[in-house]
Design a protein around this ligand. Structure first.
Ligand code: MG
Length: 378
């Protein structure tokens, strides 16, 4: 099959002129459409810049070459744009959604999220990175004179909420406006798949680079990689192992991306999906890999869990973070006056645990370590 970048949006793409708009109406911009403006606002936000100092899997202790959350985000944007181009989806919306998809992550990624959630449960509350991201773009970013937050369009805010999970409308009445009973447009569905491809490939790459994973381990544990590696081994037998590894990993990514494009295109055609309304009302997500590739993905993930994420060295790093977050949380709960003045001000209107949690969640890894050293002698 030949691929080309669709010159026109497909009938099932989200058209910018159909946007449900912004919370605070604004006049149109002379030469940027609403989704381009959203993308640019995200790019210029403080939360976006903080991604540079947030861990993906490896902390800076290992090397400067490893992904952090900013480079991961850019990789998700690249994959998403490619798929959007091939499917005729709205790439402006896709790019905005990709750039914003991880801004709600606390320091040290999923570990940080789990710790904060556990601490919040003690107060009958919770922490969730999608909800935190929504608060960032709606309230915490203070940048514009006319409105709080970034005043993003409905579809970008909806995409934030529908990233990688769904919310029960009875449990989250405050999210009612986000059409919880419906699927998000294909542009938002795409982000979850691109996210998974990006981190699976990146973690294999960084895992190999860190020497915590070897080529032998990867070939034994990831059948897709092994299959693609075999012809490369023959063809580039005299090349350094690292280049052969790169060639195979490149093909892994290509296989996963091509599958998503083909599978989605076939599915949409077979089901006769020709509008956003049909996408929204379909009972399942439509941008998903074929079952065979979904299984391969699952194998990669399981392998990474077993061999990389639970590696003693990675675990030891994680334990330090857990301790720092827990102890700082308790410290600020006891000493709210040690919070920055504007943050302390919030404790007069909101529960202290919420304010402390949001404050910690907004920190970069480095800032967290600095605060820990300052208040608790780190
Ligand atoms: Mg991500």
């Amino acid at each position: 099959m030949r691929y080309w970048k669709a010159r026109h949006l497909a009938s099932y793409a989200m058209r910018v002129e159909k946007t449900q708009g912004r919370r605070f109406p604004e006049p149109p911009h002379p030469y940027r459409n609403e989704y381009e403006r959203d993308r640019d606002r995200i790019l210029h936000s403080r939360a976006f810049r903080r991604l540079e100092n947030k861990t993906q899997v490896f902390t800076r202790r290992y090397s400067d070459h490893f992904r952090d959350r900013l480079t991961h985000t850019l990789e998700v944007a690249q994959i998403s744009r490619t798929v959007a181009g091939a499917l005729g989806l709205n790439s402006d919306l896709v790019e905005a959604l990709a750039l914003v998809h991880d801004v709600g992550h606390p320091p040290f990624g999923h570990t940080g999220e789990a710790v904060l959630d556990r601490l919040m449960r003690r107060y009958g509350d919770r922490f969730d990175h999608n909800l935190h991201a929504l608060h960032i773009v709606e309230h915490f970013e203070q940048k514009y004179a006319e409105f709080p937050g970034l005043n993003l369009t409905f579809e970008v805010r909806e995409g934030i909420i529908k990233h990688s999970r769904s919310y029960d409308p009875d449990e989250f009445p405050e999210l009612q406006e986000y059409r919880l009973g419906e699927q998000p447009p294909l542009e938002a569905q795409l982000i979850d798949v691109a996210d998974e491809i990006a981190y699976n490939c990146a973690d294999l790459d960084d895992g190999y680079e860190s020497k915590l994973l070897t080529l032998k381990l990867i070939r034994e544990g990831v059948p897709l990689f092994d299959r693609l590696y075999r012809p490369i081994e023959r063809r580039y037998a005299s090349m350094p192992e690292k280049l052969r590894f790169n060639e195979a990993l490149k093909r892994v990514m290509d296989t996963l991306v091509t599958d998503v494009i083909d599978a989605t295109r076939d599915r949409l055609k077979k089901l006769g999906v020709r509008s956003v309304a049909k996408v929204r009302s379909y009972p399942q997500r439509l941008v998903v890999p074929r079952p065979r590739l979904a299984l391969e993905n699952k194998r990669v993930k399981e392998f990474l869990f077993r061999r990389l994420y639970s590696h003693p060295e990675v675990r030891a790093e994680r334990q330090k973070i857990v301790t720092a977050l827990e102890r700082l949380f308790q410290y600020f709960m006891k000493n709210p006056r040690s919070l920055p003045p504007s943050t302390f001000g919030r404790t007069l209107r909101e529960p202290v645990h919420r304010v402390v949690c949001d404050y910690l969640a907004g920190m970069t890894d480095r800032y967290l370590q600095g605060r820990y050293a300052k208040h608790l002698g780190g």
